[in-house]
Ligand binder design. Structure first.
Ligand SMILES: *[C@@H]1O[C@H](CO)[C@@H](O)[C@H](O)[C@H]1NC(C)=O
Ligand SMILES: *[C@@H]1O[C@H](CO)[C@@H](O)[C@H](O)[C@H]1NC(C)=O
Ligand SMILES: *[C@@H]1O[C@H](CO)[C@@H](O)[C@H](O)[C@H]1NC(C)=O
Length: 460
């Protein structure tokens, strides 16, 4: 492959901008400026072939741990999967939890996009691997639309193949503990990949297994039938809709639930969209992803940044690919999958490895109430213990960060002052959460939870 460009300073002039700003009426003469500092390049990036016959491949970027606490050969690796279905993990990389995030500044009709260090990057002490999943998403390649997975088993199969290929790239990767993480629709992918891996490992010699050590889901859609029933109460008790609107919304929710129970999958997905669309119209919010926001999340910054050919080259992504944050095609292919539950996979995982479920508190799509609705339905002999466990005030650097509830292998965290994109909103706290959960530190330790005397005083 090509060598790494030393330093890239790009000045993309009006020509490019005309297309980028076609939606923005007042941007008469804006210039876009992007730069990609050498130090921000991934440790490794490129393609992991999932089908050698067709050439379909998953795009990845990998960032080695910045300050590992153990020899690299033992340092955990986190895998991040974006949701959608069909959204690129480059959103997570460059807008949420990666070591460098795209930021935009304006001046003299110039929009300057640059990469800034993320103080809460998830690769501080762990390796961090972003996969554009499934094929057809982001920079990943689907040789034909028919090859894009239509269900979670096929999604997981490709992820397993790709991750095995990744691990084989370097002997330093071979035996490192792997944690699967992700957000939103990855509430399906993460359980599916974890479940597939544990089942598949059993039939493989040790050298060909994946060393799965746990799974973490942020603001996930996992058990849609239980979750779609919670929007009305959630919005009503947040003061966003009145009782009459609550009743209207409940009627729509009921339709989605009945269609789901009948296995009328495509209609059920559309019915859920009507619930969310109606809630959005009733509340007039800029986004259901965070009821505090006056403007939506700026994920288009990532698309602008990655539209540049020099930047694609620097990342070893195929230059011919027109990058979209979310692929409509993949969304369409998985349309019938949306309302299918993978709760049984989480039940399997909680018995065989460890599970973290965390939500930004201000999300109205896949938030706290929505997640608790299916947690309590879990078939797991310890679920009663979990539900009875104390919900503990969680602090980071002595400041209130949220709440934590735990029983053995199941941990639930509510992240305060965050919406759907938790690492974007609470970078440092999200880093503390994932690190402490992986390493079982402090509140996240497996043993008896001891409160510091100062904490007891503060929580009164
Ligand atoms: C690879 O593609 C071929 C042709 O589409 C298909 O028959 C086969 O099942 C695919 N293999 C995987 C692992 O997806
Ligand atoms: C699915 O739901 C739609 C709308 O309610 C209905 O018209 C259709 O007959 C249903 N299809 C099946 C297979 O039940
Ligand atoms: C929300 O409002 C828009 C604009 O009036 C309308 O086009 C759309 O159909 C509405 N959505 C729902 C689900 O009612």
């Amino acid at each position: 492959m090509e060598s790494r460009p030393k330093k890239l300073h790009l000045f993309l002039l009006l020509l490019l901008l005309t297309s980028l700003y076609c939606l923005s009426s007042s941007a008469a003469a804006i210039t876009l400026q992007s730069s990609f500092p050498q130090e921000a390049l991934p440790t490794k990036s490129g393609y992991l072939t999932v089908n050698s016959t067709t050439g379909s491949a998953i795009f990845y970027t990998y960032y080695e741990a910045q300050k590992p606490r153990t020899p690299l050969s033992e340092t955990p690796i986190l895998i991040w999967l974006q949701g959608g279905p069909g959204c690129s993990s480059m959103l997570g990389n460059f807008y949420e939890l990666g070591p460098w995030r795209v930021s935009s500044s304006h001046g003299q009709n110039v929009e300057h996009l640059s990469l800034e260090r993320n103080p809460g990057s998830w690769n501080r002490i762990f390796g961090l691997l972003f996969l554009d999943n499934p094929i057809g998403t982001g920079f990943s390649v689907a040789s034909s639309p028919e090859e894009i997975p239509t269900n979670q088993h096929d999604v997981a199969k490709h992820l397993f193949i790709a991750t095995r290929k990744f691990v084989a790239l370097d002997s330093l990767f071979e035996n490192r503990p792997i944690y699967l993480t992700g957000e939103s629709y990855a509430g399906k992918y993460v359980p599916a990949f974890g479940y597939y891996t544990l089942k598949k490992n059993k039939g493989l010699p040790k050298s060909r297994r994946l060393n799965l050590a746990g799974v973490a889901i942020g603001n996930g859609l996992t058990d849609p039938e239980a979750q779609v029933g919670t929007h009305a109460v959630s919005a009503y008790y947040s003061g966003l809709i009145n009782e009459k609107q609550k009743t209207q919304l409940e009627t729509l929710q009921k339709e989605a639930i009945i269609l789901t129970r009948n296995g009328n999958w495509s209609e059920a997905t559309s019915a859920r969209s009507r619930v969310l669309g109606t809630l959005s119209n009733m509340t007039g919010l800029a986004t259901l992803y965070d009821f505090r926001r006056l403007q939506p999340y700026e994920d288009e910054l990532v698309a602008k940044f990655l539209s540049n050919v020099e930047i694609k080259r620097a990342l070893k992504a195929r230059e011919s690919i027109v990058f979209d944050v979310c692929s409509d095609l993949v969304g369409k292919v998985l349309h019938e999958d949306v309302m299918k539950s993978v709760r049984y996979m989480v039940e399997f995982l909680v018995k065989n490895t460890k599970v973290l479920l965390y939500q930004g508190q201000c999300d109205l799509r896949d938030g706290v109430v929505s997640t608790e609705a299916w947690i309590k339905k879990m078939k797991w002999e310890r679920i009663g213990k979990f539900l009875e466990a104390e919900r503990i005030v969680w602090r980071v650097n002595d400041e209130l960060a949220g709440y934590m509830q735990k029983w053995e292998t199941l941990t639930h965290v509510v992240v305060m002052n965050a919406g759907h994109l938790v690492p974007t909103d609470q970078a440092v706290n999200s880093q503390a959460m994932i690190e402490d959960w992986v390493l079982e530190n402090g509140l996240f330790s497996t043993g008896q939870i001891k409160k510091k005397p100062s904490d007891i005083g503060k929580s009164l």
